[in-house]
Design a protein around this ligand. Structure first.
Ligand SMILES: Cc1cc2nc3c(=O)[nH]c(=O)nc-3n(C[C@H](O)[C@H](O)[C@H](O)COP(=O)(O)OP(=O)(O)OC[C@H]3O[C@@H](n4cnc5c(N)ncnc54)[C@H](O)[C@@H]3O)c2cc1C
Length: 422
């Protein structure tokens, strides 16, 4: 899927189906044997039967519903209702919710693969689904039995989750947040505001971080609770107009004397920082998967276009400089996919600490997405700069992957600092 629109002007390069095949040994006997690099990688995954069925369904919905609508939603900026509903109809929220609360739990690796497939079809829909997980998983991990019984069925029925950390003056340093949680009998009063909250205006449940009013310490005061949709005092202040991910809502939220039941507090007052760090460790690979979806789509378009477009009587892929570029991008993509699989395996095996590995996945996948999308535009020449080719959208969508879930400077610092000998 290379073109955004069906009307193709005469003389413009047409659309060509995806070709993942890479010649193994040009000029030798057996040329017809081509190595299907990414197909081989995928086929080695050995998914259990029930997970393979889920992946087939997600691919079908991505091909039939999500990808065909992606350009339209990007252009209008409308919430991609049809695409999200199609995912929810598959029961895809259930894969990260325990059976006791209405889910059909499957592996974290499967979840990452689903994000990748959806993001490759439409980055906006991909991030809505990934954020949904990021907002709900901490409830699964840290919620009480009562909270999970009460709240999770709304998610398995197709409700969307959000996670609210960032504030106008607290971005990379989340400990600077000023939203206050004040205990009030059997309730908690929330006052403050959050900015850049994905899904914030559509979320059934918002996993919200703030500071406990009775604890006077920058870090020890951080606490977490759930705000349910429609709670009085919760308002959407603004919807951001963004460079990319235009169909995925990003909003500023205000909490004005917003009262939630004390029963919605996650853990103890002051236990929020630990919850936040654990939540980020699981959400970062998810955003890496999302970025890799964008990278795959851009690589796909590079391969299609350079095999089709001719200049000086040759296919653009036949110029050696371009082959070198494609080789670099293909190998980088293969290695990053493998690293993400490794991180998924760590999580599924119950590894106690995978923060650094998650950071590396987020950093490399998002840098690759940006590079791949930029090179995809370059390989399309002037057409790549025009919005009737998908690569223009992919480049706009890719940029934020280097910014959210911790900017890549922060990840570089985190990774580099880990090697410091104390
Ligand atoms: C589209 C979108 C969706 C988002 N979704 C959510 C969401 O759902 N929930 C949520 O809570 N947040 C969300 N965010 C917020 C996002 O996580 C923050 O934007 C990000 O953490 C950076 O914070 P900031 O924008 O305040 O930048 P700042 O922290 O102000 O950073 C500005 C610049 O300074 C650099 N910098 C800052 N500190 C350091 C340092 N210590 N060392 C080196 N460089 C540094 C940064 O790398 C950056 O280049 C979203 C953001 C966007 C754009």
């Amino acid at each position: 899927m290379q073109r955004e629109r069906s009307a193709i002007e005469p003389g413009r390069p047409g659309r060509q189906s995806v070709n993942w095949e890479i010649e193994s040994r040009p000029g030798r006997a057996g040329d017809e044997e081509r190595m299907k690099l990414f197909e081989q990688l995928a086929s080695r995954r050995n998914w259990p039967e029930e997970e393979r069925i889920v992946l087939d369904q997600v691919r079908r919905v991505a091909d039939e519903v999500i990808a065909p609508n992606a350009a339209r939603y990007d252009e209008t900026g409308d919430y991609p209702r049809e695409s999200v509903d199609a995912l929810m109809a598959l029961g895809l929220n259930g894969i990260f919710v325990p059976a006791a609360y209405g889910g059909t739990p499957m592996s974290y690796a499967l979840y990452l693969e689903c994000v990748k497939i959806v993001a490759a079809a439409c980055a906006s829909t991909g991030v809505i689904y990934a954020t949904n997980f990021n907002g709900v998983k901490p409830l699964v991990d840290f919620g009480t039995e009562e909270q999970k019984q009460r709240l999770l069925p709304r998610i398995t029925e197709g409700g969307i989750g959000a996670i609210a950390i960032t504030e106008q003056t607290a971005g990379s340093d989340a400990t600077g947040m000023q939203t206050r949680f004040t205990p009030d009998g059997d309730g908690i009063i929330i006052n403050g505001s959050k900015t850049f909250i994905s899904n914030g205006n559509v979320a059934e449940l918002i996993f919200l971080f703030g500071k406990w009013s009775e604890i006077d310490d920058r870090k020890a005061a951080i606490s977490a609770l759930i705000v349910e949709k429609g709670t009085p005092g919760l308002t959407v202040l603004r919807t951001e107009k963004k460079m990319g991910h235009r169909a995925a809502p990003t909003v500023a939220l205000s909490f004005e004397d917003c009262r939630v039941p004390r029963a919605n507090l996650i853990g103890e007052p002051g236990s929020g920082l630990e919850t936040l760090l654990v939540a980020l460790n699981k959400s970062r690979p998810s955003m890496a998967a999302h970025a890799l979806g964008i990278a795959r789509a851009a690589f796909d378009d590079i391969v299609s276009y350079t095999n089709e477009r001719k200049q000086s009587g040759r296919k653009v892929i036949d110029f050696q400089g371009n082959q070198f570029l494609i080789a670099e991008l293909a190998s980088e993509l293969a290695m990053t996919e493998l690293w993400l699989d490794y991180v998924g395996g760590l999580v599924d095996s119950g590894a106690p600490d995978f923060g650094l590995e998650a950071s590396i996945a987020k950093l490399r996948a998002s840098d690759l997405a940006m590079r791949m999308a930029t090179d995809a535009v370059q390989m399309h020449g002037g057409y790549g700069y025009c919005s009737d080719y998908r690569v223009e959208r992919l480049m706009r969508d890719a940029k934020v992957t280097q910014i959210w879930e911790g900017t890549n400077q922060i990840h570089r610092q985190h990774i580099g600092r880990s090697f410091r000998i104390k």
